[in-house]
Write a protein that binds this ligand. Structure first.
Ligand SMILES: [Cu+2]
Length: 129
């Protein structure tokens, strides 16, 4: 009866070691991906009928993702029509690679009070303002 305990604990230790190796491998993969990606991706949430953050500066070429974390549909629509997501259902997102330069005012077609500004810098790397 007492011998039932020891084989099980040996197996658990082995599992732990395997798991640790797997996590380490995944971590290496993730950092390699980040290095190859160029400028850092930007994420903006649609939360409680607002864009969060409402103002963001990114470098040209930045991959911007808007995610709808609300329970109602929203849209990401640029005033100058540079981008228009159409309806974004709850839990879905919209992606756009920043191009050009200057401030882009955008809003949600369903909620007139949902407005925000995306400022695109002309240089790569960290946005200046
Ligand atoms: Cu909306």
């Amino acid at each position: 009866m007492p011998s039932r305990l020891s084989p099980r604990s040996t197996r658990n230790t082995d599992m732990c070691r395997r798991l640790r190796v797997a996590i380490l491998g995944a971590g290496l993969c993730a950092s390699a991906f980040a290095l190859g990606a160029g400028s850092e991706p930007a994420t903006i949430r649609m939360q409680k009928e607002a864009f969060v953050p409402a103002s963001m500066s990114v470098a040209a070429g930045t991959h911007v993702t808007w995610t709808n974390t609300d329970t109602v549909p929203h849209s990401v629509t640029a005033r100058d029509n540079r981008f228009d997501s159409g309806p974004i259902q709850p839990g879905k997102s919209f992606e756009w690679t920043a191009e050009g330069s200057g401030a882009v005012n955008y809003h949600c077609i369903f909620h007139p009070s949902m407005t925000a500004i995306l400022t695109i810098g002309t240089t790569t790397g960290k946005a200046s303002k």
